[in-house]
Ligand binder design. Sequence first.
Ligand code: DQA
Length: 143
Amino acid sequence: RKILVLHGPNLNLLGSREPEHYGRDTLDSINQRLQQQARQASASLETFQSNSEAELINRIHQAGRDGVNFILINPAAFTHTSVALRDALAGVNIPFVEIHLSNVFARESFRHHSYFSDLAVGIISGLGAKGYELALEFALAQP
Ligand code: DQA
């Protein structure tokens, strides 16, 4: 079982970035916990963060070639802007869960629309870093 975790723009700043919205965990510590969780389930997990839409799209295409079974993605601000990233996920046809640290529906109205949600298997929003762990638990339980 191969799982890919994608983190969109500005998530490299986690830990210090608007902690009232995104908590105090760094991206490294989140990724390390996910690695440990995957290891315990004997699954292979890769994590990738980019501030560039093109790099995220290319990583999704690579996942298609590599036979990745499941994607966890926090598209960050691209959630609300990127038809291209949406099309990349649709193009490789890999099931994915959309994750947001903050509850996007409790925030500005421009965060209420997502280009991903109707394609996602499910969405987790507002559970902080725990959301990634819950989504991974779900991905690991897929047949
Ligand atoms: C986010 C929510 C987005 O609206 C925002 O642009 C982010 C992070 C979240 O994890 O809560 O960068 O995806």
